[in-house]
Design a protein around this ligand. Structure first.
Ligand code: PEP
Ligand code: MN
Length: 342
C-alpha cells in the first residue's frame, strides 16, 4: 500500500502514520518530495488495510500497489506461463486449442453428428451444454442428466475431451463423471461458492468473463478456484456489455494481451456469443488467434436453423474444417500450433 500525505501534512502526522504502519508488523518506507510525502507500507496488505489510514490526520489517499489476486498473478510464477494438459491436449504456452460443439445438447443425432464432424476436422475438445443458463425461465433449460449421457457417448466415440457447464453445485457429481473441463458461465462468474466447489474437485475449469466484469474481477474469480488447490484454470473472454447497440456484446480483444500481462493462466476466446451472428465468428476468431489467444471455444451445429438455442450464431458443421484451417493459420502468426490428441 502507498499512503499519499496531504501537501500540508505535519511531521507529527507523518510520524504517526509510520507508527501505525509499524504497529501491525509492516515496514514503512518514507519518500519526501517537494510537495508531498508518500509512505510505502510493506507487509501484509490486509493488516495495513485494517488500520483505516484513510481517515488519519494528514492522509490524502491510500493506494493499493500489490494486486488483490496472488495465485493467478504473473508475479506468482515469475513470468512462466501455465500449460494445462487434458487427455494429451495442451492449452497454453505455444499450444493452441480448438474447443467446438453445439450450444446445447438437443438430441443424440445432433450431438454425435457434430462430434464426428469436429473430431474429423481436428478439433482439440468437444463442447456442449446439458445445463443451460437461459435469460427466460420459460426457455429450454437443457437436457440435464440425459444430455450428460449423450456427451459421454460422444466422448467414447470420438475420444474428444468434453467441456460442459456446471451451473449448480448440487450437480457437481454427475458433471464430474463426464466433464474433462468444467465451464463456468458468464452469469456465474461471481458465484463464489460454486467456484470454490470446483476448486475442490481439482478438475480443469474454463471461467467465462461476466457480462459486466472487469479483468480484475475475472482474475479474482480464478483466484477462488486456485485457492482451493486447483491449478487448472483457463480464462475466457466472451464479450462484455458496452454502450454499442449494433451487436449483442463487444468482444474485448484487448483483454487477451492484457490478461497475459497480468496472469500466467491460459486465455481462451469465445467468438460466438458476442456477435450472436455466424458471419462474424470467423473474423473474430482470426483476430483472437492472431492476438495470442491460447484457444477458441466456438459453437457448431449440423443444422443451425433448427437449433433450440443460439441458432443464428452457430457455424455449420459442414463448414467447420475450412474454418479451423483458417484459424490455425492465424494462430501460427502468434507462434502457436493446434493441439490435438497426443
Ligand atoms: C454458452 O457457452 O453456451 C454460454 C451460455 O455462454 P456464456 O455463459 O458466455 O453466455
Ligand atoms: Mn450458447
Amino acid at each position: 500500500m502507498m499512503i499519499v500525505m496531504k501537501p500540508g501534512a505535519t511531521n507529527e502526522d507523518i510520524e504517526s502514520v509510520v507508527e501505525r504502519i509499524e504497529s501491525c508488523g509492516a515496514r514503512a518506507h518514507l519518500s519526501r518530495g517537494d510537495e508531498v510525502t508518500v509512505i510505502g507500507a510493506i507487509g501484509d496488505r490486509e493488516h495495513v488495510q485494517r488500520l483505516g489510514l484513510e481517515g488519519h490526520a494528514g492522509v490524502q489517499q491510500v493506494v493499493p500497489i500489490l494486486r488483490p489476486y496472488k495465485l493467478s498473478s504473473n508475479q506468482f510464477k515469475s513470468g512462466e506461463r501455465s500449460v494445462i494438459e487434458i487427455d494429451g491436449r495442451r492449452i497454453g504456452g505455444e499450444h493452441f486449442s480448438m474447443i467446438a460443439g453445439p450450444c446445447t445438447v438437443e438430441s443424440r443425432d445432433q450431438v454425435l453428428t457434430t462430434a464426428d464432424a469436429v473430431a474429423a476436422a481436428g478439433a482439440s475438445m468437444f463442447r456442449g451444454g446439458a445445463y443451460k443458463p437461459r435469460s427466460s425461465p420459460y426457455s429450454f433449460q437443457g437436457l440435464g442428466q440425459e444430455g450428460l449421457h449423450l456427451l459421454a457417448e460422444a466422448k467414447e466415440r470420438t475420444g474428444l475431451p468434453i467441456v460442459t457447464e456446471l451451473m449448480d453445485a448440487r450437480d457437481v457429481e454427475p458433471i464430474l463423471e463426464v466433464a474433462d473441463v468444467i465451464q463456468v458461465g458468464a452469469r456465474n462468474m461471481q458465484n463464489y461458492p460454486l467456484l470454490a466447489e470446483i476448486g475442490r474437485t481439482g478438475r480443469p475449469v474454463l471461467i467465462k468473463r461476466g457480462l459486466s466484469s472487469t479483468l480484475e474481477e475475472l482474475l479474482m474469480a480464478a483466484e477462488y478456484v486456485l485457492k482451493e488447490g486447483n491449478p487448472n484454470v483457463m480464462l475466457c473472454e466472451r464479450g462484455i456489455r458496452t454502450f454499442e447497440t449494433a451487436y449483442r456484446f463487444t468482444l474485448d480483444i484487448m483483454a487477451i494481451p492484457m490478461l497475459k500481462e497480468l496472469s500466467h493462466l491460459p486465455v481462451i476466446v469465445d467468438p460466438s456469443h458476442a456477435p450472436g451472428r455466424r458471419d462474424m465468428v470467423l473474423p473474430l476468431s482470426l483476430a483472437a488467434a492472431a492476438a495470442g489467444a491460447d484457444g477458441i471455444i466456438v459453437e457448431v451445429h449440423p443444422d443451425p436453423e433448427q437449433a433450440i438455442c443460439d441458432g443464428p450464431q452457430q457455424i455449420y458443421a459442414d463448414d467447420f474444417a475450412a474454418y479451423l484451417e483458417q484459424v490455425e493459420r492465424a494462430a501460427a502468426v502468434a507462434g502457436k500450433v493446434l493441439s490435438a490428441a497426443a
